[in-house]
Design a protein around this ligand. Structure first.
Ligand code: GRF
Length: 186
């Protein structure tokens, strides 16, 4: 039986959401930070915090082969919940099946709007008055699993995609730890 309160965070880059999840951990414990990019800046921060890390360069590695290595590392650390935080790799159907209903992700839009990339530019181009972020379950379909929680952010006149990204990111850092706490408890 996997304990859902034992969380692994998967990153590929700076890891600002990872940092928020670690710093605001409530009802869960971050037992591993894993990355498919050995040089991801977020890994350095995690090491500095004394958190266990795992990394394997996914470049040129078969998708399922990588996912099997990752899954092994998660089991080695007795992980129960997998939290994606800027993990820029689509997980294989094999991995999703292994970790069914135990993988969550944060996405910078009010899902089901703007699945995929360039969410801020698309919200601006559409003339939307609000944007936001969503935490959702990960399924085989990209950004389409059950929405566990979301937060709205206003779009202001003169906003660029970069300005909006910063405003949404601040909301992500509040939303993700809160929704993860509720999720591991349900
Ligand atoms: C965030 O915008 C998140 O919503 C998306 O990827 C970005 C990751 O940023 N999934 P960070 O690495 O957490 O700073």
């Amino acid at each position: 039986m996997r304990d859902p309160r034992r969380v692994a965070i998967l990153i590929s880059g700076r890891g600002s959401n990872m940092k928020a999840l670690v710093e605001q951990a409530d009802g869960y414990e971050v037992v591993l930070v894993a990355s498919n990019k050995p040089l991801a800046p977020g890994l350095e921060w995690a090491r500095g915090e004394g958190l266990p890390t795992w990394t394997w360069d996914s470049k040129g590695v078969d998708k399922e082969e990588f996912d099997r290595l990752l899954s092994e590392a998660l089991d080695d650390h007795e992980v129960g919940t997998v939290a994606l935080a800027g993990f820029m790799r689509i997980l294989s159907p094999w991995f999703v099946e292994q970790w069914r209903a135990r993988i969550v992700n944060i996405h910078p839009s009010l899902l089901p709007k703007y699945q995929g990339l360039d969410t801020h530019a698309r919200a601006l181009a559409a003339g939307d008055p609000i944007s936001g972020c969503s935490v959702h379950l990960v399924t085989e379909e990209l950004d389409a699993g059950e929405v566990l929680g979301s937060a709205e952010v206003s779009i202001e006149p003169g906003d660029t995609a970069e300005i909006l990204e910063q405003r949404v990111l601040a909301a992500e850092h509040q939303l993700y730890p809160k929704v993860l706490s509720e999720f591991v408890d349900r």
